[in-house]
Design a binder for this molecule. Structure first.
Ligand SMILES: [Zn+2]
Length: 475
């Protein structure tokens, strides 16, 4: 029997506000424990929270960017549970009336565009952090994170594979970074993901029982954790057992998910409207203002790169994922680079070199205009595509222009047929045995001859001319 996975993600994104969601404490990451706290965020009795307007604006910004409806009326609710890192005994979140609903975003997987629904985006406060390791048998609580504003972005169960889930998370990261509402830093926990996973026989309409996998903090782990979970569930069912509704914890070290607790239902939390916070009424004028301030977003850019530059969806998706990358691409094209050629060099050589040094494209030693100039040298036939790799490496290393490097290193392509002919004759004269075999029908040997000639010219022979001349002389 063929199985199908059904996946929905809940992503927590930490908003890039300077202060917390209900008090004026700083949100700086990594400071001394419990130095960024006050009576409000540590939950003293009698204090009153006040909503940070910037957090509300960021949530609306995100909702608009993800094609959501923005609620004119929304409000906060208390989610009641006990945990040492939650001093109030409840978390202020949103329940019945979230700020954003009914949106969608697009992802590209296997060169296909797919739409993923966004059920809702709501605001909530983060909890503190329990520290167990390296504390000599004690546990400590750091409340610096308590009250830091989060958005919880809940997707529809629209994903069908681990790859789609990872792509969705990448796209979310890309959008919140474009918007400037979250830094998308996975290592620091600015973006955290829980996955709801179930399996069902292909063709069946009803969903299977789902398990929630928590604690996923990288794109690679999204894929691996979900992959593991799908296999585990199929194995359980095929072995005559069943999947139970529960919360499972992903362990990155062992690569497995483990049962943590039975899944709580919403009613376990005894949600009720927070009486300390007034309902939020957002007027249309403000929503329109925020909408007008949105930058061109990755999906819009991707569509434009496809329609204006004729790029394949896959290229357009990669190039539009980061604002700086998209800008670099557009500048290179504006400077005269042929779009697909620019894309190929960026996604190939350029990304390789940048990744090796873990460098952002902002810090790239090659300017977009310089790539366009190098591409022009290829088009003119001054250098071959192969030599261009050497030139490009040198440009990256020195920041010099392609033209200067070509002159300095004597890399001009040989397109003089008599010069190439001379080399071809030499190679043929040196390899009588191979010539015999070639003439007896071993045509694969053409590669050998061309390779020898290329070597003799240090890669500078015009490849088309060399190929033609070699064939002509050998037959
Ligand atoms: Zn505070």
């Amino acid at each position: 029997m063929k199985w199908e996975a059904v996946i929905g993600l809940e992503v927590h994104a930490q908003m890039l506000t300077h202060t917390k969601i209900f008090c004026g404490c700083a949100t700086t990451f990594g400071n001394e424990p419990n130095t960024q706290t006050c009576q409000i965020c540590i939950g003293m009795p009698g204090v009153l929270p006040v909503l940070n307007k910037k957090a509300l604006e960021f949530a609306i910004r995100t909702g608009l960017a993800m094609n959501c409806t923005i609620s004119g009326y929304s409000r906060f609710a208390r989610k009641n549970y006990f945990y040492p890192d939650l001093p109030k005994g409840y978390q202020i979140s949103q329940y019945e009336h979230p700020i954003c609903e009914h949106g969608h975003i697009e992802i590209v997987v296997d060169h296909e565009v797919k739409r993923i629904g966004i059920t809702r985006i709501h605001m909530e406060e983060d909890a503190g952090k329990n520290i167990h390791e390296g504390t000599g048998g004690y546990s400590f609580v750091d409340l610096n994170r308590t009250g830091v504003p989060l958005m919880e972005i809940v997707s529809e169960p629209d994903m069908r594979s681990p790859e789609e889930a990872a792509e969705y998370m990448r796209k979310l990261r890309s959008i919140v970074r474009y918007l400037g509402v979250c830094d998308g830093n996975l290592e620091q926990g600015s973006l955290r993901c829980d996955a709801n996973v179930s399996v069902r026989p292909k063709g069946q309409k009803e969903y299977g029982t789902r398990a929630e996998v928590k604690n996923i903090n990288s794109f690679r782990y999204v894929e691996r954790a979900i992959e593991y979970e799908i296999k585990r569930q199929i194995k359980a069912i095929e072995g005559g057992g069943k999947v139970v509704q529960e919360t499972r914890l992903w362990d990155a070290d062992t690569g497995i998910t483990e049962s943590m607790r039975s899944k709580e239902e919403a009613h376990d939390y005894r949600y009720f409207p927070d009486p300390d916070l007034v309902p939020i009424m957002v007027d249309q004028t403000w929503i329109d203002e925020i909408k007008a301030s949105l930058p061109e977003l990755p999906d819009a850019k991707r569509h434009r790169f496809v329609s204006d530059f004729g790029l394949p969806a896959h290229d357009a998706d990669l190039l539009s994922s980061e604002r700086a990358t998209a800008k670099w691409f557009e500048e290179a094209v504006k400077a005269g680079g042929q779009p697909k050629a620019v894309s190929n060099w960026m996604m190939g050589e350029l990304m390789k070199l940048l990744n090796e040094e873990n460098k952002a494209i902002d810090a790239c030693p090659i300017q977009p205009k310089q790539l366009a100039e190098m591409l022009h040298l290829i088009d003119k036939g001054t250098i071959s595509g192969k030599i261009a790799k050497t030139v490009f490496d040198e440009m990256y290393r020195t920041g010099k222009d392609a033209e200067a490097i070509v002159q300095e290193k004597g890399l001009v392509q040989i397109s003089d047929s008599s010069e190439i002919e001379k080399v071809v004759d030499e190679i043929i004269a040196k390899s009588p045995k191979e010539v015999e075999r070639f003439r007896a029908g071993d045509e694969k040997l053409l590669g050998f001859f061309v390779g020898q000639a290329m070597k003799a010219t240090r890669g500078k022979a015009n490849p088309q001319m060399l190929n033609e001349l070699m064939k002509k002389k050998l037959v």
